[in-house]
Design a protein around this ligand. Sequence first.
Ligand code: TNX
Length: 556
Amino acid sequence: MFPIKAIHTQLLIMKKFFPVFFLLISVTTFCQTNVVIVPQPVSMKMGTGNFTFDKATRIVASKSDMHEATMLNVYLKKLYGFTLPVKSATAATNNEHSIIFKLTSSGKKDEYHLDVDANKITIRSPSNEGLFYGMQTLLQLLPPTKENIADGFPVPAVSIDDYPRFQYRGMHLDVGRHFFDVDFIKKYLDYMAYQKYNTFHWHLTEDQGWRIQIKRYPKLTSVGGYRNGTIIGHYPGTGNDSIHYGGFYTQEQIKEIVKYAKDRFITIIPEIEMPGHASAAIAAYPQLSCFPDQSTEISPRVPWAGSRVGKQVQQAWGVFPDVFCPSEYTFKFIENVLDEVMQLFPSKYIHIGGDECPKTYWKKSAFCQKLIKEKHLKDENGLQSYFIQRIEKYLNSKGRRIIGWDEILEGGLAPNATVMSWRGEQGGIDAAEQHHDVIMTPGKYVYFDHAQTKNSDSLTIGGYLPLDTVYNYHPVPKELNDSLAHYILGAQANVWTEYMANPQKVEYMIFPRMSALSEVLWSPKDSRNLDEFKEELPDMYKRYQLWGTNYFKSLP
Ligand code: TNX
């Protein structure tokens, strides 16, 4: 294993042959590209010489790994504008000058081995996702630019053995505060795939917009999918742009995105928020509120556009008191919504939110107070717990499991719930101690909506999260001993979009922090080194340019 990650490829110079010497000098200069693979592999040994990647190169795959061969071509086309012919592997296949995919019969599920020598490139793994990850590593051995590649290019000889540290490697995106179209979601999934993330947490419903078509409740998107304006600047806003804003994904688009993710071994976990952050749903179906006839309360500090009468989709950010009423009407509504959601998303987990649910309306509501008594609940927190547990029971009965933000610990955890610890690490520690699975997303380390510079260089939510803090994050809290550590499935960065109105801003906020987190999640803990990672940043920037993404230029 090489301790130093950025290794300059070296060529043996045979001084004996004078003309060859000069030729090799020039090839050496050309080949002196850093080998930078992010996330850093478990083991990487540089060999000697190069594989010449050119138009004569072939991909060799059998039926069982044809998908990964096809995906290699998808990425070659996207990044460099060409594809390679694919040959079917048979006993007689000539493997000279080929990239060979091979499923093996033993080993850990996600591990892969990538070997490059002068004759061939071999990617081996016991699983298709392992082959996919090996293919992603290979892509990072290819040039970081599409200039001057027409006559081929060298790929340094290398031998890599690799597998992930955590099983859950997540990125989240809030499409409620701002809406991002199908093309951008696909780009986001590719950014994830390049760095071996495997879970996309899609935050689909919010106070400011409901973004998923539900056929049984068309007003969720026709009414709840749009707002009459958006505040300008930081909350509460210096004005309101008065622009009718919104959008949603049709079920056909969702199916297309789920398939796109599956092709990249990414599971999508949809989030349907409850019982809070429900203003958009309530604007569409006011009976979901405990006070259906009461107009939405609008803070006098918030500049507002359009009508103030009736239930409104929110135009400013924050936490709002009008939440789902725990009535039979609401439960039936949520079950019907979840039925459609489950048909679209095959994931084991459904995220049900559970965060930031003020209890003021439940306190005022005679119905809620009666329910608390009837069900022998302690208080409104008990009522929230009752709410979540009822939904968990329903989803469990359909073979799914729930994930909720760490507030679902309050008033008693639903029996099979997985907890997303966001307000710090304590929620995760408590849940693991209660033997529940945990995904760590603490604000201090992985909130990519926080600024990357001390004096924020653009409009951000507040909070400062530099690259170093992300890189140095350890998802397993030190409070957990070895017997509890395995409840930490992994971690996830959250991308809340109050102050990200377009894809370029999202990209600017996630890179390079997303690359740093990929090493936290994938690479062995002891081999990570912040200084080396920072030295590699200029190479990463070139890679970002090849991917076509915007990024924040953090100084190495
Ligand atoms: C808290 S994290 C929220 C979001 C906000 C975010 C802003 C969480 C479960 N809830 O609704 O967008 O803070 O950083």
